[in-house]
Ligand binder design. Structure first.
Ligand SMILES: [Zn+2]
Length: 313
């Protein structure tokens, strides 16, 4: 066993709780998943924490949620999954139920911090992180610290406009990057186009029932032309967003994570190509665009390390 401090990172998304036992170097020693309901979330999270802390050697718990968290007051300001009665007392309730030091953070911020400290961001001072999954989130780390903007919303790259004629987004705008490149948007775009290409293996999957963005990536890896085209177009949309980030921030490194990036080079290459095509060249050349290294553990690892560092600093 490691003599380094042990931590727990948790991530709540919808009715799912993912938890990991993590050491201070970001190694995952154990993973636990559980179904939860918002009403019983604290007790359920505390139960998982107790199991992971059987030896009583955990030093902190990092708790990541989709939504906006005020890190000064530890109050969850906005979260699509949590009713306000749960949000307001969440931090105090989690401390009471687990007996641990608890830090709550937005999920994209947590993942960014994880990649920055122990993943693809190691060795850089400033990064932009993009999480492309069921939604698209982003985070900015400047000089080693999360830069959250004047009211906590900095880095919302999923809601920059890519298509001025596009469809309506959950945020109220139209044609946001999220409406084109999030996992559900990839599936929607594929469905819209599929009738034009009935030879694709996806038509077969579509006939059988629903297919997911993971299925599209899988078929692309197997060489299906239609699936490849869908992934490549998605990469172009993301690359268009990345070009704006490059021009705006002239940042050292852009790290791309989230489930959609599981498509690997099939999506990373068109992202880089499109960013090169659109960004101001000297800015582009000063930026490295890389895939995250922590995969689907990025959020839990990041939440854990963040909780650790918050106790040290
Ligand atoms: Zn939007």
């Amino acid at each position: 066993m490691s003599d380094k401090p042990l931590l727990i990172g948790m991530h709540v998304s919808g009715s799912q709780l993912q938890a990991a036992l993590v050491d201070a170097s970001g190694n995952v020693l154990e993973r636990v998943g559980a179904n939860i309901s918002p009403q019983n979330m604290v007790e359920q999270a505390a139960g998982v924490a107790r199991d992971l802390n059987a030896r009583g050697d955990i030093s902190a718990l990092g708790f990541a949620i989709p939504g906006l968290v005020n890190r000064q007051t530890d109050v969850v300001m906005i979260s699509p999954d949590l009713p306000s009665t749960i949000r307001e007392g969440l931090h105090a309730e989690l401390i009471k139920a687990t007996g641990l030091r608890v830090e709550i953070e937005n999920d994209a911020n947590a993942a960014a911090y994880g990649e920055f400290k122990v993943g693809a961001g190691r060795g850089s001072r400033d990064i932009f992180y993009m999480m492309i999954g069921n939604g698209i989130g982003g985070a900015i780390i400047l000089d080693g610290k999360l830069w959250t903007g004047s009211s906590g919303f900095a880095g919302e790259v999923g809601h920059i406009t890519i298509d001025t004629e596009g469809i309506e987004c959950v945020c109220g705008n139209t044609g946001c990057l999220e409406t084109l490149a999030s996992a559900p948007s990839i599936v929607r775009r594929a469905r819209e186009r599929l009738h034009r290409d009935s030879t694709s293996s996806l038509s077969r999957l579509g006939l059988k029932g629903d297919f997911t963005a993971d299925d599209i990536a899988h078929e692309a890896k197997e060489g299906d032309d239609f699936a490849l085209m869908m992934i490549e177009r998605t990469g172009k949309y993301i690359g268009t967003g990345v070009a704006s980030v490059i021009n705006l921030l002239n940042i050292e490194r852009i790290i791309l994570g989230g489930g959609v990036m599981d498509a690997g080079p099939l999506i990373l290459n068109p992202i880089i190509q499109e960013a090169r095509r659109r960004a101001f060249q000297p800015c582009f050349e000063a930026t490295e665009i890389v895939a995250g290294k922590l995969g689907r553990d990025a959020i839990t690892i990041g939440a854990a390390i963040l909780a650790h560092d918050a106790g040290v600093n």
